[in-house]
Design a protein around this ligand. Structure first.
Ligand SMILES: [Zn+2]
Length: 465
């Protein structure tokens, strides 16, 4: 007896041997993967399974793991195009952040997570850093809960940085942050069958005092949790870190003793070879956000060097304000192509490695490799069924990993299962009303841009140069 059996399908397992199993079947019971084997054998063994899906011509991949996001920014798509970072922050992102209401964060998170689900993303690590008013983080968690996805709320924080242009309105003092961290950890951490977790997420080394960074690290370890922070996204980050803490931003972590396998550094575009060596030594993890780095022209992260050094590198879409989408399938292709062109070496990164980064390495980056990231008996049932026949783009298929990475499209993501629950089936969202989510998303974006004074961006002048 089992809850779900998917028969006659190709499974891209991402297990230790990286097996790709053809004409296999796959059984889910409760939230776990119960059995995997040749289709005929499994069908004979689980005759009275509650639900059977025919997988002929289709592929199962482990759910994609998005290691970095700012879901509130889903409402900001298209408002900050083609600007340099300082203008992008001052004209659009900061004013929008200061006017966020709790319901805006919820609507944005629902919209962003639905886009993610449609791209095969089953785990989101959201980094909610602006706190102009209380209760903004709850909107993110409520969206995770309502859609039944796997999610980590990174409780963002910043208490300094006015000299660098951070508006006072989105900062908080230490006591307020501490109180809210404890509230969020006590309310949500390891809830919903362990699908929801809470991490600490100081925004940057230069926007947090030493005292606050140490506090965040203490709370992280009290709750057996994770710590994520933007590191060396731009040369400015390094210099500003030095101005505040006396050493470059990456070195602040070592200086304060914030080092260990539960530290996830985001971006790391400007890490030096020495930094990479140290990061490996401390087993720090990296979230690589290719599309965002290209969109903001932050530079090209030394990912081939990180991989060579043995660092764990996961992938992130980043907030939609610096990507304009939440599409992890698009991110796979961007990641492969960026490093090829930058090094002028087409062999520097492979489709297979990119898929590892989005699945098993991503799981390792967030400390969840025992539970997710591959299709193996005993692991959580987080996966998606890809049907290449749904799009000319994915046809013909010769190799499933090549198809997903280089010819992939969300249009072929047919069914998504998270924690054993069917979230998307035959391209229909099962856990919420998608039409309403999209409608509310547009309304919330219009309302926020009006209140934040960014609506002028919608009628921007034509800019050919
Ligand atoms: Zn970010």
């Amino acid at each position: 007896m089992a809850d779900l059996l998917i028969e006659n399908i190709t499974i891209v397992t991402m297990n230790e041997k990286r097996e790709i199993l053809e004409k296999y079947a796959f059984v889910v019971d409760g939230s776990l993967i119960k059995d995997i084997g040749p289709s005929e054998l499994i069908k004979a063994k689980y005759k009275d399974t509650k639900k059977i899906i025919d997988g002929t011509g289709k592929i199962i991949f482990p759910g994609l793991i998005n290691t970095h996001n700012h879901l509130f920014q889903t409402l900001l798509k298209g408002l900050g195009d083609d600007l340099n970072l300082a203008d992008w922050l001052a004209q659009m992102t900061f004013p929008s952040s200061a006017h966020l209401l709790p319901e805006n964060v919820y609507d944005a998170s629902m919209l962003g997570c639905v886009e993610g689900i449609r791209c095969g993303t089953t785990t989101q690590l959201d980094y909610m850093y602006p706190h102009a008013r209380e209760g903004l983080s709850d909107g993110v968690v409520n969206a995770f809960k309502d859609l039944k996805i796997r999610g980590i709320l990174g409780r963002g924080m910043m208490n300094i940085g006015e000299q660098f242009g951070v508006p006072k309105a989105i900062m908080q003092d230490l006591d307020t942050i501490e109180k809210d961290c404890y509230r969020l950890f006590d309310t949500y951490h390891k809830t919903e069958n362990d699908r929801i977790k809470v991490w600490t997420a100081p925004a940057a080394l230069w926007s947090n005092s030493e005292e606050l960074l140490k506090l965040a690290w203490r709370i992280t370890n009290e709750y057996d949790s994770g710590f994520t922070i933007h590191v060396s996204e731009t040369p400015f980050d390094r210099e500003a870190g030095k101005e505040i803490h006396g050493v470059f931003d990456f070195d602040v972590l070592e200086k304060l003793g914030i080092v260990g396998p539960n530290v996830l550094m985001v971006h790391c575009v400007h890490l030096t070879p020495e930094d990479i060596k140290k990061a490996k030594q401390f087993d720090l993890k990296v979230s690589h956000n290719t599309t965002s780095n290209m969109y903001l022209a932050s530079g090209v992260a030394p990912v081939p060097e990180m991989l060579k050094a043995g660092l764990t590198v996961g992938l992130g879409v980043d907030g939609a304000a610096s990507n304009n989408s939440q599409d992890m399938i698009e991110l796979l292709k961007h990641t492969a192509l960026l490093h090829k062109v930058y090094t002028q070496n087409p062999t520097v990164i492979t489709a297979e490695k990119v898929l590892e980064m989005a699945t098993i390495d991503g799981a390792r980056a967030i400390g969840e490799e025992k539970n997710i990231g591959s299709i193996e008996v005993g692991k959580k049932a987080d996966f998606f069924i890809y049907n290449p026949a749904l799009s000319a783009k994915s046809t013909p298929m010769h190799h499933p990993v090549s198809t997903l990475v280089y010819s992939g499209t969300h249009a072929c993501v047919e069914t998504v299962v998270i924690d054993g629950n069917i979230i998307l089936e035959n391209s229909i969202l099962k856990t919420a009303d998608e039409y309403q989510i999209i409608k509310r998303g547009q309304e919330a974006a219009d309302d926020l841009s009006k209140r934040a004074g960014t609506s002028g961006n919608k009628r921007r002048k034509w800019r050919s140069v």
